[in-house]
Design a protein. Structure first.
Length: 471
C-alpha cells in the first residue's frame, strides 16, 4: 500500500496477469487522511487557515477522481460512527467553514512561502503533495516543498519543543510576532503537513490525547500536537486539560458534552482538512478461501484462511424489490442470516446480486464433496417463509440447489496426485528399511554377510592393569 494507490492495488485483480487473484475491500472505515495546517507556523490565525482551507477543499475532487478513487471522501476528522464522534455529522463542511473568514484576509496576507512537509519515500504521498502544492501555486501562494524521510518527518514534529534561548520553559512562553523571524523558524519546522489519524480503537480518545504532549515536554512525533499549539478560541493549557479529563468523566451526558466541545473547537479552528476515510484493501490468490479483514489496519485473522476446493453448493433466492434497495448493511445482514440457516461460517459464503426483482445467488464453499452435498440438502429444506423471516425480505422463489465438485486447489491431475502418493510411500518404506539395517549393524548382527565367511574373532582386551604382549 505504500507503493500503489488504493485503486492501483485493487486493479491487481483485473490486470492481464490477475486471473488467479481476488481483490477485497473492507466495508468499514479505517482511519482518516488529513492535510494539517499548523497554528504555530505561518498560518498562525484562524482566518489565514480558513483562507488556505477554502483553496484546498475544492481541489480534493481531483484526488477523489484519481489517486483516492477507491476511498471514502469525507469532511470529518474522525468517523462519526465512532464513540462520542456523532457531533461531527452536524458540523459544517470545510468549504462552508472557510467561507466564514474575514473578507479582509487574502492571499496577500501570506507574505512568505508555506512549508509543506511529507514523506518523500511514499509515492502515494508524493502525488497528494503535488496536487496540494499545484493548487496553492495556482492561487498565488508560494510553497516550499519539504520532502523528508520517515525519520526526518517524525523528528521535525518535535522541533517546536526546543528552546531557542537555551532556557526553560518551552516554546509557549514565546510570542510569535508574525514576521517569521529566525527564532520562530528554529522550532516550528513546517506550516502544512500530510498526516493520518490512527483509526480504531485509537480514534478519537487516544488520538486526542496525543495532541496534548507538548505541555509535558515529550513528543509523539505526530503533526497534530504542534498544529494545535496556538489556537485562538482555546489556549493550549486549557485544551490539554479538557482532553486529559475526557476519560475521567463518569456521567455519560457530561462526557459527551466534553467531547463535543473539544471536537467542535478543533473544527472551528480550521486546523484539519480531512480528505478520505481509508479502507482496508487486500489481494489474495484464488487458491485461498476464507479471507476476512480484522478490526485494525494490521489485524489479519490468518486462522480463517484455508485452501480453496472445487466443492460447492449453490442456489438462488428471488427477493421482491429493487437492486438499488440492497444496501451494504443489508448485504451483510443477508450473509449473517444465510450463515445461520445453512449452519456454515460466513467466510465460506459468497453472495452475488442481480436485478430482476432481486436475485440473490448464494454459494457455499466446502472442503469435501460430502460437505457440499450436506449443504445442498439444507438448502433444499429451506422455504420462502423461512427465508423471508430470516432475511427480513419478501422471498418469492427459491431455486433447486446445484453442486460443483471439481479439484481446483492445486492444479495437479488425479494421476499426478496418485504418483506423488505412491512415490512418498516407496520412499517411506526405504527409509524404514535403512533404519532397520543400521540398528542391526549397531547390535553386531549384520543382515548382510561376507561371501568369504565370518571375520576372525577379535582378541579380548587385556584386563585393567595387565600389560599386553606385542606380536
Amino acid at each position: 500500500m505504500n507503493v500503489l494507490s488504493p485503486g492501483g492495488f485493487l486493479s491487481l485483480a483485473t490486470a492481464e496477469q490477475g486471473a488467479d487473484v481476488v481483490a477485497h475491500k473492507s466495508k468499514s472505515n479505517l482511519n482518516t487522511r488529513l492535510i494539517v495546517l499548523n497554528s504555530g507556523g505561518r498560518l498562525n490565525t484562524v482566518d489565514l487557515r480558513k483562507l488556505v482551507m477554502g483553496i484546498l477543499a475544492p481541489g480534493r475532487q481531483a484526488l477523489y477522481d484519481g489517486e483516492l478513487a477507491e476511498e471514502q471522501p469525507t469532511d470529518k476528522l474522525f468517523d462519526p460512527t465512532l464513540p462520542y464522534c456523532g457531533v461531527l455529522s452536524s458540523l459544517s463542511s470545510p468549504s462552508v467553514l472557510a467561507a466564514t473568514k474575514s473578507p479582509t484576509v487574502t492571499t496577500a496576507n501570506i507574505t512568505r512561502p508555506l512549508r509543506f512537509m511529507y514523506i518523500k519515500d511514499i509515492p502515494h504521498q508524493q502525488i497528494i503533495a503535488a496536487e496540494i502544492i499545484a493548487t496553492l501555486y495556482t492561487h498565488g501562494i508560494a510553497v516550499t516543498p519539504i520532502p523528508v524521510t520517515k525519520e526526518q518527518y517524525n523528528g521535525r514534529h518535535c522541533w517546536y519543543l526546543s528552546d531557542p534561548n537555551g532556557t526553560f520553559p518551552y516554546w509557549y512562553s514565546y510570542k510569535y510576532d508574525g514576521d517569521g523571524d529566525a527564532q520562530q523558524e528554529s522550532y516550528h519546522a513546517w506550516d502544512i503537513a500530510y498526516s493520518e489519524t490512527w483509526g480504531p480503537p485509537y480514534d478519537s480518545t487516544s488520538k486526542l490525547w496525543d495532541m496534548t504532549h507538548g505541555l509535558a515536554g515529550w513528543c509523539s512525533q505526530e503533526a497534530d500536537a504542534p498544529a494545535v499549539s496556538n489556537m485562538e478560541s482555546m489556549n493550549y493549557a486549557t485544551f490539554v486539560d479538557r482532553v486529559r479529563n475526557l476519560s475521567t468523566i463518569l456521567d455519560a451526558t457530561a462526557r459527551q458534552a466534553a467531547y463535543t466541545e473539544v471536537l467542535t473547537t478543533l473544527h472551528n479552528e480550521a486546523i484539519f482538512l480531512p480528505m478520505t476515510h481509508k479502507r482496508q484493501t487486500a489481494v489474495t490468490n484464488k487458491r485461498v478461501s476464507g479471507f476476512q479483514f480484522g478490526y485494525m489496519e494490521y489485524d489479519l485473522p490468518l486462522a480463517n484462511l484455508s485452501p480453496t476446493t472445487g466443492h460447492s453448493s449453490k442456489f438462488s433466492v428471488t427477493i421482491a424489490g429493487n437492486l438499488a434497495d440492497i444496501s451494504d448493511a443489508k448485504k451483510e445482514s443477508h450473509k449473517t442470516a444465510m450463515s445461520t440457516q445453512l449452519g456454515v461460517h460466513k467466510s465460506s459464503i459468497l453472495i452475488t446480486y442481480t436485478s430482476g426483482s432481486v436475485v440473490m445467488t448464494v454459494e457455499v464453499k466446502t472442503d469435501t464433496a460430502s460437505g457440499a452435498s450436506a449443504v445442498s440438502s439444507t438448502m433444499a429444506g429451506l422455504t420462502t417463509a423461512t427465508l423471508s423471516a430470516a432475511l427480513g425480505e419478501t422471498v418469492t422463489a427459491i431455486s433447486e440447489p446445484t453442486n460443483t465438485n471439481t479439484n481446483t486447489s492445486t492444479g495437479i491431475s488425479d494421476g499426478g496426485i496418485a504418483g506423488i502418493a505412491a512415490g512418498s510411500a516407496a520412499f517411506g518404506a526405504l527409509l524404514l528399511f535403512m533404519l532397520f539395517v543400521i540398528s542391526r549393524e549397531k547390535q553386531g548382527k549384520p543382515i548382510f554377510m561376507s561371501l568369504n565367511g565370518p571375520p576372525a574373532a577379535k582378541p579380548a582386551d587385556p584386563a585393567p592393569g595387565m600389560k599386553s604382549e606385542g606380536v
